[in-house]
Ligand binder design. Structure first.
Ligand code: ATP
Ligand code: MG
Ligand code: MG
Ligand code: MG
Length: 408
């Protein structure tokens, strides 16, 4: 891929509307554009990163026996009236009527829809446990949409729902998801903390939030500097080692809930157990904000020049930069290196533009390619390439033959 063909409208200045660094960098790197308050166009670079996060999520959830499906965003109000949430959810729920004056909403979450499937299709304990998930667009009319895709009104969420025979089963499903989340966030280059949380309007008893520590976080977390025990409650001393707790800010990227029978009772989702008795399904639900995870990854991985993408979620992995303007041999070498690496399975771009080397370096830093391969004077003289590793700024010289081993 040629840089001149890439649709990434970059910006030089920090956009005035961006209050947090991830929002600013996503706009500047040409990843997103606002359409309306809390509603975003996702441009090619943004989508490539989102797709990678979604695929990491899929890999880990499938590995934990999750099965992907796709539910409608458009939901009949009837279902929400059955659980009582039509009245409880408040103005965040986007409601309207169809041409026959029937109530509808745009799904902010999908407990009602999935429980409707469960009550129709799950008859016997033999069908349990069952873990179903989707990656889909959610709608919430947030009172204060802000920070770009971090808190928007339309956003992509992964939501998984677990169905078990009993509370023992629920605990197993819950732990599976807890472990899958740990792997997902680690794969995205994020250090998370899990804290006991309030279940809010989703409901249930036990719930944990997965938070990324960042100054721009909207949640207050108390953390023990010694044993790293964390809590969203105001505790005085650490319950483990009694050291004083530090106050930090956290971004909620994931939230898991043991729902129990809240939805299965109200919507009459029963199954026949081994003892022949009808029992309510025991449910759990598990969300991850995909766009918010991408934003949090930028909050955690950037410097004053731009994004430092963790390899696994970078829109592209490697940029090849010929530095000499109008030098045919340099251009050809860069293109051929790009093609070679692409052939070996890397996602590459080469900067074919007739702009200064300084400008190319600036944009490469801003967009945050994990690896820059610089084709300079030495490359033409004796074949020496310079590799810049974006995450730590290290520069390594190597030959073309050594390239792949250096990148690894
Ligand atoms: P918050 O407290 O930030 O409003 P929430 O507790 O309302 O989030 P959940 O209902 O737990 O959110 O949804 C699961 C996940 O969806 C959240 O952990 C978050 O990652 C993501 N999410 C929630 N609201 C938004 C939003 N407005 N924009 C982007 N992602 C969101
Ligand atoms: Mg919310
Ligand atoms: Mg919350
Ligand atoms: Mg939450």
């Amino acid at each position: 891929m040629k840089m001149s063909a890439l649709f990434a409208p970059t910006l030089k200045e920090n956009p005035a509307e961006a209050e947090v660094i991830s929002h600013s960098l996503m706009l500047r790197a040409g990843m997103i554009r606002q359409l309306s308050s809390g509603i975003y166009n996702i441009l090619p670079l943004g989508l490539r990163s989102l797709e990678k996060i979604m695929n990491i999520v899929r890999r880990e959830l499938n590995h934990a026996d999750g099965q992907e499906l796709l539910l409608p965003a458009l939901q009949p109000g009837e279902l929400w009236k059955e659980t009582g949430r039509w009245d409880i959810y408040g103005p965040e729920l986007i409601r309207f009527q169809d041409r026959r004056e029937r109530d509808f909403c745009l799904g902010p979450t999908h407990e009602e829809v999935i429980t409707d499937i469960a009550r129709k299709e799950i008859r016997s304990y033999r069908q349990l446990p069952l873990l179903l998930y989707q990656i889909q667009t959610k709608f919430r009319d947030e009172i204060r949409p802000r920070f770009g895709v971090m808190r928007s009104r339309e956003f992509i969420m992964k939501d998984l729902y677990s169905f078990d025979r009993d509370y023992e089963g629920l605990k197993v499903s819950y732990q599976k998801m807890y472990d899958a989340y740990s792997k997902i966030f680690a794969s995205c280059g994020l250090e998370y903390i899990a804290v006991r949380a309030d279940s809010g309007v989703i409901g249930g008893d036990v719930s944990h939030e997965f938070l990324i520590i960042a100054d721009s976080g909207e949640e207050k977390v108390m953390r023990c500097p010694k044993c790293l025990v964390a809590s969203t409650q105001e505790i005085s001393d650490c319950p483990e080692c009694h050291a004083g707790m530090e106050e930090k800010r956290g971004i909620e990227v994931g939230h898991i809930f043991q729902l129990g029978t809240k939805y299965s009772e109200s919507m009459k989702a029963y199954f026949v157990d081994q003892d022949g008795k009808e029992k309510p399904l025991i449910m759990g639900c598990y969300g991850i904000g995909i766009g918010r995870t991408m934003a949090a990854a930028i909050e955690a991985n950037h410097d004053e020049n731009g994004i430092k993408w963790p390899w696994n979620i970078a829109p592209y992995e490697i940029i090849i930069i010929p530095v000499k303007l109008k030098n045919q041999a340099g251009m050809e070498l860069a293109e051929s290196i790009s093609q070679q690496l692409a052939h070996q399975g890397y996602e590459t771009i080469w900067d074919d533009r007739e702009v200064s080397a300084g400008y190319k370096f600036k944009e490469a830093d801003l967009i945050g390619f994990p690896i820059q391969v610089i084709v300079g004077e030495k490359a033409l003289k004796n074949g020496t390439l310079e590799i810049k590793i974006r995450s730590n700024g290290k520069r390594i010289e190597c030959t073309r033959e050594q390239l792949v081993s250096v990148i690894k």
